[in-house]
Ligand binder design. Sequence first.
Ligand SMILES: *Cc1c(COP(=O)(O)O)cnc(C)c1O
Length: 425
Amino acid sequence: MSVSDSLFARALQLIPGGVNSPVRAFRSVGGAPFFVKRAEGAHLITADDRTLIDFVCTWGPAIHGHNHPRIRAAIATALENGTSFGTPNPYEVEMAELIVRFVPSIQKVRMCNSGTEATMSAIRLARGFTKRDKIIKFAGCYHGHSDSLLIKAGSGALTHGNPDSAGVPASFARETIVLPYNDRGALDAAFAANPGQIAGVIIEPYCGNVGFIMPDAGYLEYLRKVTSEHGTVLIFDEVMTGFRLAKGGVQELEHITPDLTTLGKIIGGGLPVGAFGGRADIMDHLAPLGPVYQAGTLSGNPLAMAAGIAALRLLDEENPYARLDALGRQLREAVLDAAKAKGIALQCPQRGAMFSLFFTATPVRDYATALTGDAALFKKFFHTCLDHGVYLAPSPYEAAFLSTAHAGADLDRACEVMAAAIRAL
Ligand SMILES: *Cc1c(COP(=O)(O)O)cnc(C)c1O
């Protein structure tokens, strides 16, 4: 029995499904998950000493590759002084300065411990600020696992065939209006049907949790216009896209100013972090200044702040986004060429260091079209890649991520493996 298999057998006795986050369980691709004992650059080293080229990048954070020496050193330095103080620490101010400098719409920011906390708190803030109850989200967008947002959600919820979770009271769910992404008519209809009632609209401006999907030209501008007209708080959930496609996220690329933005993943440099920020007049509704309560024992934790600050400073120094986009395009061309040669229908949306493979002839522009992807083909493709040392997210409904550490031989090798896996379908 492999080390991974014996660890998983023990985990299954003690942890529901053997995992601490559902997509890790490999349910949608079959087989058992592998355990990782070390990660370095673009590589994962499994408990059984296999080296894999990793396109999950710890689900987004590892944009500099794993275990980057600068981030490791920053954590080590912070560790010398202790792990948590329960009072303000200097790193929190530095982190806030970096976020406000880089993310165009953020005037004030509050740190928390996960993306889920960030979106949950942004929703509460939007409701407290507008004194309205209803929110709009989009089918297939995943905003973490708080009650209001776990409705027609993407990522693990979708992978496991239950985009609507048990345990969310119907009375809560009624306050969440779910619309198709990229559909202006549906947006107009929802506002018309709920006049003066919609507190906030939350969106992944580029979707990454139903695979990777881009907005139609003009869609995000339209969303900004409609929300402004109705006094509704527009929340860009950039937990995944923040600092991944540009330092200022999608809002910088698309020149749109949301009212609130949620962040996570990259800004923690691999440690647990979330943040939400935006217009100062809205943010000042948070306790202790205002009536909207939000708190966290470990929020602004010095180790997490130090890791995140190092990650953001590196992005600022290296500005790797054009390089990452070139890597993404190389991969995209390799898989599309292979699919064409083999006569297999494949969509490969890609921007910068994010991409997805949908085995379908239908251009993917929302939840419904994402579901047209052939799950059996993806499963076969996934396992062939893994057998040959390339690890993609174990679900057709996840984005793949590149890091700066992928450049060179690893990316060339990954292109060959993925192309061969397509030819073998
Ligand atoms: C990952 C993710 C979240 C949730 O973040 P966690 O840290 O896993 O709680 C929220 N929104 C988006 C867009 C994400 O990709």
